[in-house]
Design a protein around this ligand. Structure first.
Ligand code: RP5
Length: 185
């Protein structure tokens, strides 16, 4: 007598953790936020917060142009096919991350110089902004406010073709304006 085999219970596919994928929201990542070190996160988080707040998915990675060049090349060259539309790169010291990223991708690169060295970010600012003609990096201010503005700028770039991001950006501005008191006391 044929014995009916018990149908193997299919385990539901496990969702990869945010820690593994670097995805900072449930949304499909459109912006890659790269930083040279884990120690850059307290500043770079500002870019991710802004984008998350506007419903823009980010892929957040620690990738160093100096310490992990292979990881860098692999990620950046595969990013466009993975749906990434632009990069935000934050690094301190001799900050090559944004420039080297721009060298190997046609996607726009927004650079954030970070104040992690004894020179308080002046070194990173010059390294990021002084790209030789031909490979541009849009460079922002030093540190956390620069990261925040890079996030806002990225949102503005996406807003041109995405009405939901445009709406979120308008709401952000409106709220910001409403939060400014008329008097300081
Ligand atoms: C840079 O060196 C990183 O972007 C970071 O700002 C700085 C220091 O890195 P850690 O020594 O803290 O890892 O490449």
């Amino acid at each position: 007598m044929a014995v009916k085999k018990k149908a193997a219970k299919q385990k539901p596919a496990k969702k990869a953790s945010a820690k593994k994928t670097g995805k900072a929201s449930g949304k499909k990542a459109r912006v890659a936020v790269l930083m040279g070190s884990k120690s850059d996160w307290p500043s770079m988080e500002a870019a991710v917060e802004v984008l998350k707040g506007m419903g823009v998915g980010c892929d957040v990675r620690v990738i160093s142009a100096h310490r992990t060049p292979e990881r860098h090349h692999k990620f950046v060259t595969g990013a466009e096919a993975a749906g990434i539309e632009l990069f935000i790169c934050g690094a301190g010291f001799a900050a090559h991350l944004a420039g080297v990223t721009a060298a190997i991708t046609p996607l726009p690169v927004l650079g954030v110089p970070l104040d992690s060295s004894a020179l308080n970010g002046m070194d990173a600012l010059l390294a990021t902004v002084q790209m030789p003609g031909g490979i541009p990096v849009a460079t922002f201010g030093i540190g956390k406010s620069g990261a925040k503005n890079a996030g806002l700028f990225a949102a503005a770039m996406l807003a041109g073709s995405d009405p939901s991001v445009r709406k979120a950006l308008d709401a952000y501005r409106k709220k910001q304006t409403a939060g400014v008191p008329e008097r300081p006391f």
